[in-house]
Design a protein around this ligand. Structure first.
Ligand SMILES: *[C@@H]1O[C@H](CO)[C@@H](O)[C@H](O)[C@H]1NC(C)=O
Ligand SMILES: *[C@@H]1O[C@H](CO)[C@@H](O)[C@H](O)[C@H]1NC(C)=O
Ligand SMILES: *[C@@H]1O[C@H](CO)[C@@H](O)[C@H](O)[C@H]1NC(C)=O
Length: 805
């Protein structure tokens, strides 16, 4: 431009010079863009020059530096367009725009100034630099915000220049064009309606610039507006209330419910985070929510028994802090997870065995915290025990007796009470009650045997324990403490307590004294066993004591009677045959059995060949014919022995006279008494002493016999006999062991008791008197002869008793 300005100044300078030399000046006005060769003006005519002068003057155009747009046609004397003229290129926005040129003539030199004004033609459209422009505008911008636009450019000037802008569409879009008058270069959009990305996230506009030419030209630019999101939307839950159920004891991470909220915003503004808003501890403890997807899951242990439902308040919030909330109502479903609990309200540990039926033993309360069937409880006790459960009311039970108790059968019960609920599966619990049955004295002592029999050897030591009775009592302790008592009774007139005693504690039966089989063979009594209960119970048993014989008595020779003083002799006639029965040794043994079995032996004899003794019957018989050579005086010693262990024996001397006449015998037997030579004095003394002793002895014997016989008579049956002499029954050749008491019970085992008036006294048979006067004979036929003989020989029978022991 500065170049152009300088060129113009040069032109002006030249123009002033020419003014001084020539006065020709002409102006033209042409539009730009005329075609080449177009006529600008008839310069010759306008300057008043003729064509010859132009030729002669060598007319030419002077434009200085300027491009030559114009040429001079000398033949026609006109100015023509040499080059297309672009006003915008020539002058830009300068108005008016003119070309200045000189026409110079020589010979003479003349200057003519020509001014050609170039008028504007609307040959330029408004132009935007870019085809489109992009805006990113937040939806949150306030109304009235301005957005600068790049203006369009129209090279034309004046009316052909840029006149206005139009923004389309303009209806509901809030962008408005504001034209600043006079300055076409400034254009901006103003927001007049709020943006909402959620409704429209992109706006496309067309900005059109128009000029004022005719025809009107326009240029346009696309405007893309991207509406940027602003966090203007809060999250919104799909439902405000959710319902869910969860079983109690649900495992961790069980999903209870899923909540969902949406946010109309986009991107980060639509990112929702979920959280539990409850302040209550338990909800926080039991439930957790996934902050991203809204899943509510279990994290604690849900217990129906603590809470049956929960209200979880969930909050959703976006990044901008906008929130919404909803609630989840969670119902807890009961599970049978609680066993019944058995509480013992009252308890009896001990019950008496005679307790009545329906006696309450224990009260029980049962609780099950579950609900519905899970909390309904049934209770039972184990079978086969005399107890039952009675339900009183809501979960109270009483355990009562239901049958007879017997401590002796079952002293203790373990009663197990089981309670089960009706849940599926059912849960149960049980307790075991231990119950003792206390004793009542309902059992009497019982002897092991109802009767006892024991034996004891006679001659026992007093205090000897014979044997033991024992009774048992099924009761307990004091009720079972048995003491033994001897029941009062009498044996043969003596109280039994004088025979035996019973140890109260041990039941041992002791002999109180020494027993004599010969006096008492057996006796019976009862022993009572009594327990220590109150009242006491008792039972009794009979005890029979058998006394066993001992060989404590030696045989007693009854006949022939032994006498030291007088001489008794049996007479054997010399005519006697072989086997003649001389006499019979008669002995008894008060013992019994073997101890009383007697045997006879010939111990010594004057002539052993003449006599023999029957071993069993004691008969002395001749074994050969008696001859005249045989001595008159024969003396035999017979031993009587019993069969006891050890055996006891007695000896007897038998004098036998072998003679045919009594005087012969007498004469001989005086020798018997004087067998030995005695000193006269000695003989006298002896006779005197013997007489005194015999007298005293007889007195005492008579006294004893009187007492004994008196007693004996009281107890025993009497046997009366008319005969003065004993009746001698038949004596069997062999032992006849009749009954258990002894061989000679009926035959020899008798006694003859005489009072002082002995001849007329009663004869009694039976139990032996220890000291008796006995007279007997072997057979009925010989009784008389023997008796006569005895009398004949002995004189006074009473004085001749000898007892051999
Ligand atoms: C103008 O706004 C209305 C609602 O206000 C809409 O429905 C319509 O599409 C909008 N027009 C354009 C061209 O965006
Ligand atoms: C009862 O239980 C106790 C202890 O468990 C046991 O010693 C006893 O023998 C039981 N009694 C019965 C009768 O089962
Ligand atoms: C002994 O026991 C029997 C039954 O065993 C009874 O009849 C009798 O009366 C009892 N005697 C005494 C003295 O108790």
């Amino acid at each position: 431009m500065s170049d152009r300005t300088m060129a113009r100044q040069v032109l002006l300078f030249i123009w002033f010079l020419s003014l001084s030399s020539a006065l020709g000046q002409v102006s033209y006005s042409i539009p730009e863009e005329m075609a080449k060769g177009s006529l600008v003006g008839n310069i010759a005519q306008d300057l008043g020059l003729d064509l010859k002068r132009l030729k002669s003057g060598k007319a030419r155009i002077y434009t200085g530096d300027s491009a030559e747009y114009i040429e001079l046609n000398k033949e026609r004397g006109v100015l023509l367009i040499k080059e297309r003229i672009d006003r915008e290129a020539l002058c830009g926005q300068t108005t008016p725009c003119a070309l200045h040129l000189q026409i110079i003539l020589e010979n003479p030199m003349e200057f003519f100034t020509v001014t050609i004004e170039i008028t504007d033609v609307n040959d330029n459209t408004p132009i935007f630099k870019k085809r489109s422009v992009v805006f990113k505008i937040s939806e949150s911008v306030i109304l009235g915000s301005k957005f600068m636009l790049e203006p369009a450019v129209d090279l034309d000037v004046g009316i052909n220049g840029l006149q206005s802008y139009m923004l389309k569409p303009t209806d509901n879009l809030s962008l408005k064009f504001k034209n600043q008058a006079g300055d076409g270069k400034h254009v901006e959009m103003v927001l007049q309606k709020p943006l909402d990305r959620e409704k429209q996230n992109e706006i496309n506009l067309v900005l059109t610039a128009v000029d004022g030419g005719d025809p009107q030209l326009s240029g346009s630019i696309d405007i893309h507006i991207t509406v940027l999101d602003a966090n203007d939307n809060a999250p919104v839950f799909m439902q405000s209330v959710y319902k869910a159920t969860v079983t109690e004891n649900a495992p961790k991470d069980t999903i209870v419910s899923t909540v969902s909220a949406t946010d109309a915003d986009e991107g980060i503004n639509s990112k929702i985070e979920y959280s539990i808003a409850n302040m209550e501890d338990d909800v926080q403890r039991l439930f957790a929510i996934n902050r991203d997807n809204g899943q509510v899951s279990v994290v604690g242990i849900i217990d129906f028994e603590r809470a049956r439902n929960y209200e979880i308040r969930v909050q959703a919030s976006d990044q901008g802090g906008l929130t919404d909330s909803c609630k989840i109502i969670v119902d807890v479903v009961d599970i049978n997870d609680n066993a019944p609990v058995i509480n013992i309200m009252s308890k009896t540990n001990v019950i008496a065995e005679n307790s009545a039926s329906e006696t309450v033993v224990t009260m029980i309360n049962v609780q099950d915290v579950d609900s519905g069937d899970n909390g309904k409880v049934q209770c039972s006790v184990n079978e086969n025990i005399p107890f039952s459960l009675k339900s009183t009311n809501n979960n109270f039970f009483s355990l009562v007796t239901d049958g007879d108790l017997d401590r002796e059968r079952e002293s203790e019960y373990n009663i197990s009470v089981t309670c089960a609920d009706e849940g599926v599966p059912s849960l149960s619990s049980s307790v075991t009650l231990s119950l003792q049955i206390s004793d009542v004295n309902d059992n009497a002592p019982v002897f092991e045997q109802s009767s006892y029999q024991a034996s004891v050897q006679e001659n026992n030591t007093p205090g000897l324990s014979i044997f033991t009775v024992r009774a048992r009592d099924a009761d307990f302790n004091q009720n079972a403490r048995v003491s033994y008592i001897l029941e009062d009774s009498s044996v043969n007139g003596v109280p039994v307590s004088s025979l035996v005693s019973v140890s109260a504690d041990s039941g041992v039966i002791h002999a109180v004294r020494s027993f004599d089989y010969e006096q008492i063979k057996e006796f019976q009594f009862r022993v009572k066993a009594q327990d220590g209960g109150s009242p006491p119970l008792s039972s009794n048993a009979s005890v029979k004591i058998l006394i066993q014989d001992q060989n404590d008595n030696a045989p007693q020779v009854l006949y022939p009677v032994q006498s030291g003083a007088s001489v008794v002799a049996e007479i054997v006639p010399r005519s006697a045959d072989v086997g003649y029965l001389v006499t019979k040794v008669v002995a008894v043994d008060v013992d019994s059995g073997q101890n009383a079995w007697l045997s006879y032996k010939l111990h010594k004899a004057t002539d052993r060949a003449l006599f023999e003794v029957g071993a069993q019957n004691g008969e002395i018989r001749t074994v050969r014919q008696v001859t005249d050579k045989d001595a008159v005086k024969q003396r035999l010693t017979v031993v009587v022995e019993d069969n006891g262990q050890p055996s006891r024996s007695a000896t007897v001397n038998v004098n036998v006279a072998v003679a045919d006449s009594f005087p012969e015998v007498l004469s001989e037997f005086t020798d018997f008494t004087h067998d030995k030579e005695y000193n006269d004095n000695l003989t006298f003394s002896l006779v005197l002493a013997l007489a005194v002793v015999s007298f005293l002895f007889i007195v005492s014997v008579i006294a004893i016999l009187s007492v004994k016989c008196y007693r004996w008579r009281r107890e025993r049956m009497f046997y009366k006999s008319g005969a003065n002499l004993p009746v001698i029954p038949y004596y069997p050749p062999l032992y006849a062991d009749v009954g258990g008491t002894g061989t000679l019970q009926h035959v020899y085992n008798y006694e003859v008791c005489r009072t002082t008036d002995s001849r007329k006294s009663d004869v009694k048979y039976g139990r032996p008197c220890s000291e008796s006067i006995i007279s007997l004979d072997t057979s009925g036929t010989q009784t008389l002869t023997h008796a006569q003989r005895g009398k004949l020989v002995s004189g006074d029978f009473d004085d001749q008793v000898r007892l051999s022991y």
